[in-house]
Write a protein that binds this ligand. Sequence first.
Ligand SMILES: CC(C)(COP(=O)(O)OP(=O)(O)OC[C@H]1O[C@@H](n2cnc3c(N)ncnc32)[C@H](O)[C@@H]1OP(=O)(O)O)[C@@H](O)C(=O)NCCC(=O)NCCS
Length: 207
Amino acid sequence: MSTLRLEDLKQYSDVMRTRHGERLDLRFVEPRDTDELQHYFRSLSTHSRYNRFFGAVSELPKGLLRDFLEVGERDRFTIVATMMVDGFETIVAEARYAFHTETATLEFGLSVDDRWHGHGIATALMKNLECRAAALGAEHMFGDTLRSNEAMVSLARKSGFAFVNHPDDWKLVRFDKEISVGPKEIPCASWRLAALSRQADNPSASA
Ligand SMILES: CC(C)(COP(=O)(O)OP(=O)(O)OC[C@H]1O[C@@H](n2cnc3c(N)ncnc32)[C@H](O)[C@@H]1OP(=O)(O)O)[C@@H](O)C(=O)NCCC(=O)NCCS
């Protein structure tokens, strides 16, 4: 992680597109997002919040909000996808991921604003997470979802993930994907550069 210069987070921003070509800016969450992030979660449908947090919550509890706003602490990161709506930068999706060095895995969870479901945003976000996983040197990326979450199960299947039982909870299923791109092939510019610089710092890191 030493080559992630967290003091200059903006260099790790990416531009994504919805299925219809609308622009989405993807960046690490910042302290100025506190209210907007909480507003985003409150605005999700009850169903979406349940699926995201595996339980009934009306907003992010204080401790979790604090965790969400910490970027890089214990190799955990929150990213937000924003769009310009009526002249305001508005959060339309989020993802939180953790890089587990000991297992070389990237674990993630994500959500998309209900008004933007079906626009290919989660598909784009997961592709971007794959770039981030490759840049960090992860060999696998995985997430957990409720078995009843048909949208997430279908999305994971379409995105090339395989399913395994969750080790602790029968209500959950784990989706897992091997990361097999080398730094030079990473299809997100900022993350390709981060991976190449990681490789230059540590030539023995896997290609
Ligand atoms: C699951 C979720 C992230 C999908 O986001 P999205 O941006 O709408 O997904 P996409 O538009 O990229 O859809 C991609 C594929 O997912 C599947 N999918 C998405 N919504 C679906 C639905 N309501 N029912 C069945 N499949 C669905 C489809 O296979 C779809 O492909 P298609 O459009 O070609 O049919 C979104 O529904 C969500 O935020 N849910 C609440 C939070 C959550 O469940 N998080 C996952 C657990 S961490």
